[in-house]
Design a protein around this ligand. Structure first.
Ligand code: CMP
Length: 225
């Protein structure tokens, strides 16, 4: 499973064997807390199946989803690498299979693997770019632009086939990703569904026509209803 994982697939056989001795296979039930913001960063996680939600919450109970991490992706690298505490909460969003690698094993291993270190640099650059895009969307884009960007970004990151753009996500989750109420998200999605741009399914949104959504995402604040 680790040989097929995006981050570890280029390791040579000996290095991969060593990593396998460190990695603990773990199965999680939907809703399980993996760690909370502020916890010590003792391990790195590699997702094999299922989805993990990376989120932050306010004292009054509001949630913001920063990312949904799927198969082939890793999380927990920030505190493992900088030695500070967890920067966000991680929760199993579905039943998941993951590998957990202890920081005390991982850091010395990473020092012997320059190509792997570069992969983590690239991963952190990708995260920073996404965070910059999210800040841009929150400050500069209106609701349709933000929602269109979020849907297209999810389809792209999950590497969905052009012929089947079914994004498994609830409207509550998408509202926590774009920072808008579930009611406004639902109203906007229904308006797009009536134009044939998307189809709403239970627990999923199917993108039927990406072109007008791309236009909205790029224009940001064009007329939208
Ligand atoms: P860590 O800080 O160890 O624990 C929380 C994890 O969530 C973090 O490592 C990253 O893997 C992930 N994470 C934190 N912030 C973001 C973000 N803005 N976008 C995507 N992933 C993040």
């Amino acid at each position: 499973m680790l040989r097929k994982h995006e981050i570890f697939c280029d390791l040579d056989t000996e290095a991969l064997d060593q990593l396998c001795r460190y990695a603990k296979y773990t199965v999680l039930k939907r809703g399980a807390t993996i760690f909370s913001k502020g916890d010590p960063g003792n391990s790195l996680y590699a997702v094999i199946s299922g989805t993990v939600k990376i989120s932050i919450s306010s004292p009054d109970g509001r949630n913001a989803i920063l990312n949904l991490v799927g198969p082939g992706e890793t999380f927990g690298e920030i505190s493992v690498l900088d030695g500070q505490t967890r920067s966000a909460d991680a929760t199993a969003n579905t039943n998941c299979e993951i590998y957990v690698i202890d920081r005390r094993d991982f850091l010395p291993f990473m020092r012997t693997q320059p190509a792997l270190s570069m992969k983590f640099v690239e991963l952190l650059c990708t995260r920073l770019r996404r965070t910059s895009d999210q800040v841009e969307q929150v400050i500069l884009q209106d609701l349709p632009g933000r929602l269109a960007s979020a849907l297209l970004g999810l389809a792209e990151r999950r590497k969905l086939e052009p012929a089947n753009q079914t994004i498994a996500i609830t409207q509550q989750e998408i509202s926590e990703m774009v920072g808008m109420t579930r009611e406004s998200i639902n109203k906007q999605l229904r308006a797009w569904a009536s134009r044939g741009w998307v189809r709403l399914e239970h627990g999923a949104i199917v993108v039927l026509d990406g072109a007008p959504l791309r236009e909205l995402a790029e224009a940001g604040s064009v007329a939208n209803e």
